[in-house]
Ligand binder design. Structure first.
Ligand code: G16
Length: 544
C-alpha cells in the first residue's frame, strides 16, 4: 500500500466521514448503535475488513450491515471471517481502536495495527471483501460509506451480495473461500438447503407452518426460497412488510416473542399449526403453538437445542458412528433445559457468555457441537475431521438400517448452515426432527417444563460500569450489586437471577426465573430495582 493510498484513507475519512464526539466499541455483534451516528464507523470497518483479508492472504472477508432485533432507528455492522465465523475476538480491540482513531490519524493507526499484527500493507491490493445488508432504510447510505472505505484503502475485489439475511452472507463468504461447502451465490444457498430438505421429507406436503418475518429481510428471502423447496415446506409468511420503514421488529419477530412470551401481531391462533418467528436479520428463530384451548406455548432456543441435539445423538448412533455430542448454552438457558440435558439426555454441557461467537467457539470442542442461546440464535457444527470421516464412510459395510440412517445423516449435515445461527435452516431442521419422530409441537413441548422466567431492561448512566464474571452469571462491579442480588434470590423457591450489560443496546439486562410465574415476576422486578439503585439507574426503575 503506497503512502498516497494511506494519505487517501485519512483524507477521505476526514472530509467525507469525520468522527464526531462518540465512543464506539465492537460488542456482542460488532458495532451497533443509532444509525445516524454510524457513518464514520462504516468507513473505518471498510478499512478494517481489508486488513483482515490481508491476514488471510487475500481470502474473502464478509461484512454484514444490520442491527438485527434492534429497532429500526438503529443499525450496525459486523465482520465475518473466511470460514463464516464471527471475526476472531483478538481483533475486536483493534477494530475498536480504528473506530475511535481521531480524524487525521487513520493512516498512522492503520500502520500501528499492521505492525502489531505483523501484516504487510503492500498486500492490501490482494484483499477481497463481500458485503450484504438488511432492509433498514439507513442501509443504502451506510453501505456507501463502507464501500468508500474499501475503495480508499484499495481492496482488489469488493462484491455486493445485496439485501440478504445475516446467515446468507456468512454462507456465501464461506463458499467463496471453501467451494466444497457450496456454490457461493444465493441460488447456491437455496439449492443446497432445499435439496437436502426435500430428500429428507419426501414428496408429500409438509405440516402447515406460519412464519412471522419480523417485517425484515427474512420474509422476502424465505419467499425466494419457496421457489426451490416446493410444497415440502408448507409455509405462509406474515409480517412480511420489509418495504415499510417503521414496522421492522415492531410487535413481531423472535425477540418480541421471546421477551414478551406471547404471539406476535398478525398471527391467528390455530391448533395444529407450527408457528415460527424470525428476527430482523433472520439469524434467530422461535417456535410456538396454540393448544386445544388456544393457550400460547413457546418453544425457544433451549427447546430447539434439546430437540435437535437429542435427535442427532440418536441418528449418529443408529448410523453406526460413535461421536461425542455436546450442547453449549448461556446463562439465559432455562434451568429446566439444563437439568434435562444433564439428567435425561446425559450429554456434556458448556456455558459461555452471551454472543454466538462465544458459543460457536465452545462448540468446536465437541465432535458435534449443538449451540443455541435461549433467544433462538444457534446452529450445529461438525468437527471438520469428523464430518470428513462421516462423508468417507464406506456405506456398503453398514447394515441396511445403518445405511438408511447414514444417508439421512448426510442430508441433515447439508441442511444445517454450520457457519452461524440461521433461522431458515434451523426451522427446516425442526420440521425434519418433528416428522422423523412423528411428533406434534405438544409432544416436543412435553420433554420438560420451563421454569417461569422473565427478562427486563434497566437504563443506567453507564452500562460499562456493570462488570461480570463466571459466564455472566455474576457481577464484579459495581460494589454491592451481586451481594444484593444473591440476597434477593435466596428468598425465592428455585430462584435464579443475573444482571449483565447488553452488547447490542444501551441497557443493562436482568434475567430471573423461579418456581411460579408470580415468584419469578417478583424476583425479576426486585433485581431490576436493585440494579437501578446500585448501578446508576436513570429514569423510573422498572415496576410491576
Ligand atoms: C446478538 C448476538 C446474540 C445475542 C443478542 C443479544 O443477536 O448475536 O448472540 O444473544 O445480540 O445480545 P445482548 O444481550 O448482549 O444485547 P442479534 O440477533 O441481535 O444479532
Amino acid at each position: 500500500m503506497s503512502d498516497a493510498a494511506l494519505k487517501r484513507c485519512d483524507e477521505v475519512g476526514s472530509s467525507k466521514h469525520p468522527l464526531k464526539d462518540v465512543k464506539f466499541s465492537y460488542g456482542t455483534a460488532g458495532f451497533r448503535t443509532k444509525a445516524n451516528t454510524l457513518d464514520p464507523i462504516m468507513y473505518r470497518v471498510g478499512l478494517m475488513a481489508a486488513l483482515r483479508s490481508v491476514k488471510f492472504k487475500g481470502q474473502y472477508i464478509g461484512v454484514m450491515v444490520t442491527a438485527s432485533h434492534n429497532p429500526v432507528c438503529d443499525n450496525g455492522v459486523k465482520i465475518v471471517d473466511p470460514y463464516g465465523d464471527m471475526m476472531e475476538e483478538k481483533w475486536e480491540s483493534y477494530a475498536t481502536t480504528l473506530a475511535n482513531a481521531p480524524n487525521g490519524e487513520l493512516a498512522a493507526t492503520l500502520q500501528d495495527i499492521a505492525k502489531a499484527l505483523d501484516l504487510n500493507l503492500e498486500d492490501i491490493s490482494k484483499a477481497k471483501v463481500i458485503y450484504g445488508y438488511d432492509t433498514r432504510p439507513s442501509c443504502p447510505e451506510l453501505v456507501a460509506s463502507l464501500v468508500d472505505g474499501f475503495n480508499a484503502i484499495g481492496v482488489e475485489v469488493c462484491k455486493d451480495l445485496g439485501v440478504v439475511t445475516t446467515p446468507q452472507l456468512h454462507f456465501v463468504t464461506r463458499c467463496l473461500n471453501d467451494p466444497s461447502y457450496g456454490e457461493a451465490t444465493l441460488e447456491g444457498y437455496y439449492r443446497k438447503i432445499a435439496e437436502a430438505f426435500k430428500k429428507i421429507q419426501g414428496p408429500g406436503k409438509g405440516p402447515e407452518v406460519v412464519l412471522d418475518g419480523a417485517n425484515g429481510v427474512g420474509a422476502p428471502r424465505t419467499n425466494d426460497f419457496k421457489k426451490y423447496v416446493g410444497k415440502a415446506f408448507n409455509v405462509t409468511i406474515v409480517n412480511d412488510a420489509s418495504h415499510k420503514d417503521d414496522v421492522l421488529n415492531d410487535s413481531c419477530g423472535a425477540d418480541f416473542v421471546k421477551v414478551q412470551q406471547k404471539a406476535p401481531n398478525n398471527v391467528t391462533p390455530t391448533h395444529g399449526v407450527h408457528y415460527v418467528s424470525f428476527d430482523g436479520d433472520a439469524d434467530r428463530v422461535m417456535y410456538y403453538f396454540f393448544d386445544k384451548d388456544m393457550k400460547f406455548h413457546m418453544l425457544d432456543g433451549d427447546k430447539i437445542a434439546t430437540l435437535i441435539g437429542g435427535y442427532l445423538a440418536e441418528l449418529v448412533k443408529d448410523a453406526g458412528h460413535s461421536l461425542n455430542l455436546g450442547v453449549v448454552q448461556t446463562a439465559y438457558a432455562n434451568g429446566s433445559s439444563t437439568a434435562y440435558l444433564e439428567n435425561e439426555m446425559k450429554v456434556p454441557i458448556a456455558c459461555t457468555p452471551t454472543g454466538v461467537k462465544h458459543l460457536h467457539h465452545a462448540a468446536k470442542d465437541f465432535d458435534i457441537g449443538v449451540y443455541f442461546e435461549a433467544n433462538g440464535h444457534g446452529t450445529v457444527i461438525f468437527d471438520s475431521k469428523v464430518e470428513k470421516k462421516i462423508r468417507d464412510t464406506d456405506a456398503s459395510k453398514l447394515s441396511a438400517s445403518q445405511q438408511e440412517k447414514h444417508a439421512l445423516l448426510l442430508n441433515v449435515i447439508d441442511l444445517i448452515n454450520q457457519t452461524v445461527g440461521d433461522a431458515l435452516s434451523d426451522a427446516l431442521m425442526v420440521e425434519v426432527v418433528l416428522k422423523q419422530k412423528n411428533w406434534t409441537c405438544e409432544d416436543w413441548d412435553a420433554c420438560y417444563t420451563d421454569l417461569p422466567n422473565r427478562q427486563l431492561k434497566v437504563s443506567v448512566k453507564d452500562r460499562t460500569a456493570v462488570q461480570v464474571t463466571n459466564a455472566e452469571r455474576q457481577t464484579t462491579a459495581p460494589a454491592g450489586l451481586q451481594e444484593a442480588v444473591d440476597e434477593a434470590v435466596a428468598k425465592y423457591s428455585k430462584g435464579r437471577s443475573f444482571v449483565r450489560p447488553s452488547g447490542t443496546e444501551d441497557v443493562v439486562r436482568v434475567y430471573a426465573e423461579a418456581e411460579t410465574r408470580e415468584l419469578c415476576d417478583q424476583l425479576a422486578y426486585e433485581v431490576a430495582q436493585i440494579t437501578h439503585r446500585i448501578a446508576g439507574g436513570i429514569g423510573e426503575a422498572p415496576s410491576q
